[in-house]
Design a protein around this ligand. Structure first.
Ligand SMILES: NC(=O)c1ccc[n+]([C@@H]2O[C@H](COP(=O)([O-])OP(=O)(O)OC[C@H]3O[C@@H](n4cnc5c(N)ncnc54)[C@H](OP(=O)(O)O)[C@@H]3O)[C@@H](O)[C@H]2O)c1
Length: 324
């Protein structure tokens, strides 16, 4: 069972003056840099030359090349896209690691399946806020937070768990709950949910519904409004109040139809395929494919196909400014 941590386990002022290099100033990098700085940590950004280095400077952070950031910091936080972890670690970080430094991640993928081999005398921790960077900042402003998972891969110093909990606190985790995990467990559950439900399953369901209505002769704008745009209404209800909130907030016609017909579409055979997918992820099948060079081209091709889907055409037509 995953343990739920209490905020009382976080030593007071633990982050004050801690030298943390945030590698990458993208979605998570920007948000976490701001929140960790607010908690008193000494933050510098590790980045290559380019757009995000400029953005970090504009936000008044000192920006260093990756290797200088690794030499300076006690805590090196990888907030780069997962496929970039391996080469940045090998070329810029590993040569500067020495006892007393701690590696830190917000996703378990690259350490979990061995893309990064953590040296024996180096600490390694995971802090995963279950929110986008923008949401993290937004929630922090409004006094909210999000479920955060923390894991300790190695702890030669002995205070790595306290460090992870203090970072989770700075990101607002204790406002909703901070739970224990491992690198593989975090990554497996996250990848599975993204692939089967949130991103992969949801978009295929939407595309199938849209196509069914179009093939039956309904206008694309109607298919779009019914299957795409109204999705947000039900997702918001489900996320804010659970299943009962969803079923009780919509019409009884929609609720009865949904509860009875949904199972005709998502039947028990789906569960079998979901289990296969989860097994594949847990055994490292996806990690091996995604973290291998070369798959980037396939990714770009897939993105191109999605961008020309009929849903995109309809979306553009509906949202283009009306001509007088
Ligand atoms: N996004 C989320 O909502 C979310 C949630 C939880 C956990 N995570 C995890 O957080 C980590 C960061 O994800 P993210 O979505 O925040 O990443 P991201 O926004 O895509 O990261 C962009 C940053 O990485 C730099 N970068 C990209 N490719 C690089 C390369 N090959 N070499 C060096 N720098 C490179 C970019 O620099 P340039 O501007 O120079 O390109 C930019 O600073 C990942 O491990 C992810 O799984 C993300």
């Amino acid at each position: 069972m995953s343990r739920k941590y209490a905020e009382s386990e976080v030593p007071e002022g633990f982050l004050v003056g801690k030298k943390i290099a945030i590698l990458g100033y993208g979605k998570q990098g920007r948000a976490q840099a701001h929140l960790l700085k607010k908690a008193g940590a000494d933050i510098k950004i590790g980045a290559r030359k380019g757009f995000s280095a400029e953005a970090a400077r504009a936000d008044r952070f000192t920006v260093l090349p990756f290797s200088e950031a690794a030499q300076w910091a006690d805590i090196i936080h990888f907030l780069l896209p997962d496929p970039a972890h391996k080469s940045v670690f090998k070329d810029h970080i590993n040569p500067h690691l020495k006892t007393g430094k701690t590696l830190c991640f917000s996703h378990g993928l690259s350490v979990g399946w061995g893309d990064i081999s953590v040296p024996k005398d180096i600490g390694c921790i995971l802090i995963t806020p279950k929110a986008t960077g923008a949401k993290l900042l937004q929630q922090h402003e409004s006094g909210g937070g999000c479920i955060t998972l923390v894991g300790v891969y190695s702890a030669p110093i002995g205070t790595e768990l306290q460090l992870a909990l203090a970072m989770a606190q700075a990101l607002g985790g204790f406002r909703e709950g901070v739970y224990e995990t491992t690198f593989r467990a975090e990554a497996s559950a996250n990848l599975f949910a993204e692939q089967a439900v949130l991103c992969g399953g949801m978009t295929e369901l939407v595309k199938a519904g849209f196509k069914t209505l179009i093939d039956a002769g309904y206008p694309p704008a109607v298919a779009y409004a019914e299957c795409v745009r109204d999705l947000k209404l039900t997702v918001d209800l489900l996320a804010s109040g659970g299943l009962s909130c969803l079923w009780e907030s919509i019409s009884t016609t929609a609720a009865y139809g949904g509860m009875t017909a949904g199972k005709r579409i998502i039947d028990s055979s789906v569960q079998g395929r979901m289990k296969d997918l989860l097994n594949d992820i847990e055994q490292g099948g996806f990690a091996q494919k995604w973290l291998t060079d070369g798959v980037q081209n396939e990714f770009e091709q897939l993105l191109k196909v999605e961008k020309s889907h009929p849903i995109e055409v309809t979306h553009a037509e509906i949202n283009s400014p009306q001509k007088p």
